[in-house]
Design a protein around this ligand. Sequence first.
Ligand code: IMP
Ligand code: MG
Length: 336
Amino acid sequence: MAIAYADVIVDLQSGDTGKGKIAHVLAATKEYDIVLRYNGGSNAGHTVYHNGQKVVTHQVPIGVLHGIKSIIGPGCVVNVQQLNDEIIALKKLGINTKDLIFVDKRAHIVTGNHITEDSADEKIGTTKQGIGPAYRDKYARTGRRIGDRQSHIHFEVIDIYDLLFSPNTHHTILCEGAQGFNLDIDWGEYPYVTSSHCTVGSACLNGIPPRKLNRIIGVMKAYETYVGNKIHFSDKNNPIFQKIQELGGEYGATTGRPRMVNWMNIDTVIKAMQINGVTDVIINKGDILRQMDAVGLIINNEVQYFSDYEQFKQHVTSVLTNYTYNIIWSETPNGI
Ligand code: IMP
Ligand code: MG
């Protein structure tokens, strides 16, 4: 059978919706024997609380915290030194990573030159991690792949095919995405996007047959944040957004940049739900929005205000129910 089924986590907004937390909660169920990261690189930042400790990972899939085999798939780009450093940092926190972290040989390497080039970016507002230049070289067929390198210290290089399709196995896989729908290279607001695919199809590009997909778990926040140079995302001086930014701790896990805040845009969320074909939707950070005096929702590019959080929640639930089977409002920082 090889692969029994795969569940996929996708982000329905602009990244930073709490996918790491959801992956952490799902991996804890021990339902999965493999966690697969399917796109992006060290531009991502997953912040989770593990046994009372704050853990931030950029490249290592969250599954490793629960002792699950974690693969960085062929759709990713890898900063080798940073990945090694990240694994060392996890070990220092007492997390066992031995024989658990694998990188597919096809994943491309982010080089020093890629980072230098990306550091000069002023147009997009990238994370300066060399992601765009690395993907560009991949598609120009001038890139270097992990399998081309000689030494890897803290992780193992594999052919993901051999692992996923080994005989007499019944893998249950959790596919962990990075960034989000509005940052997707095709579906996002080009050119203010990342250089990888952030939809469910991206998981399949890593060797998961579409027929094996089981649950598609869309993750979003009760409001939206964005980091980058897109103008007109929101009014930075709006005191409500400033308050949400403070209470929600909306600062980049990778760059420390403050994230711009805006109300949930229900139209882009619906589009992301439709294109990803989500079975479940998790809406995070309701606990933050609940503390606001006014709660808004963007509908048709206009803000509609609700008298309180409960009214807002009821309305959003009634609309989104048409596009998924299951909606969960998460109003706690560490669980669902
Ligand atoms: P890049 O992926 O570093 O090239 O950045 C392209 C755009 O995506 C910028 O607006 C970044 O701020 C944004 N971005 C990339 N990764 C993340 C992420 O993990 N969370 C939120 N925004 C991201
Ligand atoms: Mg993040």
